[in-house]
Design a protein around this ligand. Structure first.
Ligand code: ZN
Length: 432
């Protein structure tokens, strides 16, 4: 089980940099500088963006061909490496990754790329691109003949919404795009993030259809509200904290759907509990429901102190980001829940901890003043919780230490206490 700290991570990591155009001016300079100063090539200025001799194609329409094409696409992922030439052992830089234009995603390979200025989200126009086929899928190569220049959102192909296929939430995986989706907004709330100097509002939420639920992050305000059914296009799927997430931005469109037959939010979330093993296999989920027995608590549980700025737990008055701070008292319980198929961690916040333990934050502080040993509090909490059967719903994330649930609800389930004690005994002794 993991011992990670609670609290929200810092904001800049939240930004889907895949689509922010703020780096464009710098990219332009770098592209030109690089292209113009390549050794052995002489001065090469970037060509005008559209050369009439070379057809511009959408990635969906790419076919292997002998004649080069022009395309506009956004870098979704990339990595740099060097290839050693057999003939003279010289090293040749290579950048490869995925390129997308909203109609399709293709692999690209870029020989002798600029050293800087390529980031996830960079939109570029490439003239004189070679198209090949690998395992029956087209791939593109930027060679020394290819002229690459920066482009903007407006240069990406316009996609007619009617052409885009409908998909279900369950069928979507990163880095999918070019889909339509009809979903119920289960919840949505604005959150302010600071990106460099800029403050932005991002709308975080959860959407669901009959096939499943997925986290949503919208960088444009579509006026979304919980309960409404919407048809989404122009979004894309990325991985965020190990889970797929739908990202919407200024290129996306959202239409309200009246009289949708999608289930109501409460029904979408009221799915029956699943086995912890199954939740683990799927790497968690945006709307996980499990039921199990409390078999332990992980530190830090009980009375904790949090950094007033980032909410991380503070150790000896030190926040690992903000240094010396005046910690704010809080209650938490990191509950280990076991259902016989596996175990996971439930991170209960103050309100749930107070309710399950039956001790308020004030009472806990009073007890600590009377008896200044925090381990007594944790023992008392463990005594109350151990062996209780809980039904937990929330967002499940998985890392190397297993699945952790950030709960939306924790309901104690009444059980025959003797039977529960016997079951707990079996679980703790590792029996069937
Ligand atoms: Zn802090």
């Amino acid at each position: 089980m993991r011992a990670a700290e609670g609290g929200r991570p810092t904001a800049p990591g939240d930004l889907p940099s895949e689509r922010t155009p703020f780096n464009r001016p710098r990219v332009r300079t770098l592209f030109m500088g690089n292209r113009g100063s390549r050794p052995g090539q002489g001065l090469r200025m970037p060509a005008e963006p559209s050369s009439p001799a070379i057809p511009e194609v959408r990635l969906r329409d790419l076919r292997p061909s002998v004649s080069p094409v022009e395309l506009v696409g956004r870098v979704i992922t990339f990595n740099r490496r060097e290839v050693v030439r057999k003939s003279d052992h010289s090293r040749r830089p290579l950048l490869s990754g995925l390129l997308s234009d909203g109609t399709a995603t293709v692999r690209f390979t870029w020989w002798d790329p600029p050293r800087e200025g390529i980031e996830r989200g960079t939109i570029l126009r490439a003239v004189g691109v070679e198209v090949r086929e690998f395992r029956e899928r087209p791939e593109v190569t930027f060679t020394w003949r290819t002229r690459v220049s920066p482009a903007g959102l407006g240069d990406l192909p316009k996609v007619d919404a009617e052409e885009i296929p409908f998909r279900t939430v369950h069928s979507l995986n990163p880095p999918d795009e070019g889909f339509r989706l009809e979903v119920r907004v289960v919840r949505v709330a604005p959150r302010t993030v600071t990106v460099g100097e800029e403050r932005r509002v991002v709308y975080d939420g959860l959407v669901a259809d009959r096939s499943g639920a997925m986290a949503l992050s919208s960088w444009s305000d579509f006026g979304l509200s919980a309960g409404e059914a919407v048809r989404i296009s122009g979004g894309y799927i990325r991985t965020f904290r190990g889970r797929p997430q739908i990202v919407l931005d200024e290129r996306s469109s959202v239409l309200r759907v009246e009289g949708s037959d999608l289930p109501q939010p409460s029904d979408l979330l009221r799915s029956p509990p699943r086995s912890i093993a199954a939740v683990e296999d799927e790497g968690g989920g945006a709307a996980v429901a499990v039921e199990g027995i409390v078999v332990g608590l992980l530190p830090p549980s009980g009375l904790v102190y949090r950094c007033p700025q980032c909410q991380r737990t503070v150790k000896n008055g030190l926040c690992r980001v903000h240094g010396q701070v005046e910690g704010k008292a809080d209650l938490r319980a990191r509950i280990v829940l076991d259902d016989g198929t596996g175990a996971l961690t439930v991170n209960a916040g103050r309100a749930e901890t107070e309710r399950l333990w039956g001790v308020t934050l004030d009472e806990a502080r009073r007890r600590l003043r009377d008896e200044p040993d925090p381990s007594l509090l944790e023992e008392s909490m463990l005594e109350t919780l151990l062996g209780r059967r809980l039904r937990v719903r929330g967002v499940g994330t998985k890392d190397d230490f297993g699945v952790t649930i950030s709960p939306e609800s924790i309901e104690p389930v009444d059980v025959d206490l003797d039977a529960a004690a016997a079951e707990l005994g079996r679980r703790l002794s590792g029996g069937p």
